[in-house]
Design a protein around this ligand. Structure first.
Ligand code: PGA
Length: 249
């Protein structure tokens, strides 16, 4: 049985004041059945982890370097995230693939580094609008999954987030049939490569313009085990009803 997961990606949003939202979220959702994860900017990681300690809300990073240390100005290693209080890290988000030219092989190396530090890797995949319109969605997703995910993936160390690039921050959401098609495909691909037990244990999140008004129908969709939420995770008042919808699904 997979535990549902509601993950928030704060991206490059928030200075110290935003931590009040974390406190509000813990107060409002302290008894949620679903697993909760918030990935704040790295500057807030240790303070967020302190606030969340003793609650069941976990804290994660938004990226890590594949190396454990070295001459990589501006980067952070998985061990550093772990030491700051993270238990997970988002990898291969489309904004990093686009802004920093990250490729799937690099994402796989980062996933191995995350596992080495004891972090769960939340690996993001998604097609562009052009790829969807060209009928290439499953091919693109299959290739990204195969190349972004190293051998050794388990349901405990890996979460997959399907995030269509065109749905992120746009208010556009795929149809429920489109989400189901990709999620069913992802589960089948994991089973083929890693076996039925691993596939059955791995959480598949949907991400891209999830909000309180569409959360319930998305969570009722085949093989959706939760969400990776950007904009609507920044305010406890928006994220709490999404968590409630997940708990109720
Ligand atoms: P959004 O972002 O919810 O603001 O669309 C999702 C994400 O990028 O993870």
């Amino acid at each position: 049985m997979r535990q549902k997961l509601a993950a928030g990606n704060w991206k490059m949003n928030g200075t110290g004041a935003v931590l009040a939202e974390l406190e509000a979220l813990i107060q409002a959702q302290g008894a949620a059945k679903s697993e909760l994860l918030i990935c704040p900017p790295a500057t807030l990681l240790s303070r967020a982890a302190e606030i969340a300690s003793g609650s069941h809300l976990a804290i994660g990073g938004q990226d890590c370097h594949a190396a454990s240390s070295g001459a990589h100005t501006g980067d952070l290693s998985a061990h550093m995230l772990k030491e700051a209080g993270a238990t997970a890290v988002i990898l291969g988000h489309s904004e990093r693939r686009a802004d920093h030219g990250e490729g799937s092989e690099g994402v796989a190396a980062k996933a191995s580094a995350a596992w080495g530090a004891g972090l769960t890797a939340v690996i993001c995949l998604g097609e562009t609008l052009e790829e969807r319109e060209a009928g290439e969605t499953l091919h693109v997703i299959g290739t990204q999954l195969a190349t972004s995910l190293p051998d050794g993936a388990t349901g405990a160390n890996t979460v997959i987030a399907y995030e269509p690039v065109w749905a992120i921050g746009t208010g556009k959401v795929p149809s429920l049939e489109q989400i189901a098609e990709v999620h069913d495909f992802l589960r089948a691909e994991l089973a083929t490569r890693f076996g039925a037990d691993m596939a059955a244990a791995t959480r598949l999140l949907y991400g891209g313009s999830v909000k309180p008004s569409n959360a319930a129908e998305i969570f009722a969709t085949s093989n959706v085990d939760g969400a990776l939420v950007g904009g609507a995770s920044l305010k406890a008042a928006d994220f709490a009803p999404i968590i409630q919808a997940l708990d109720a699904s």
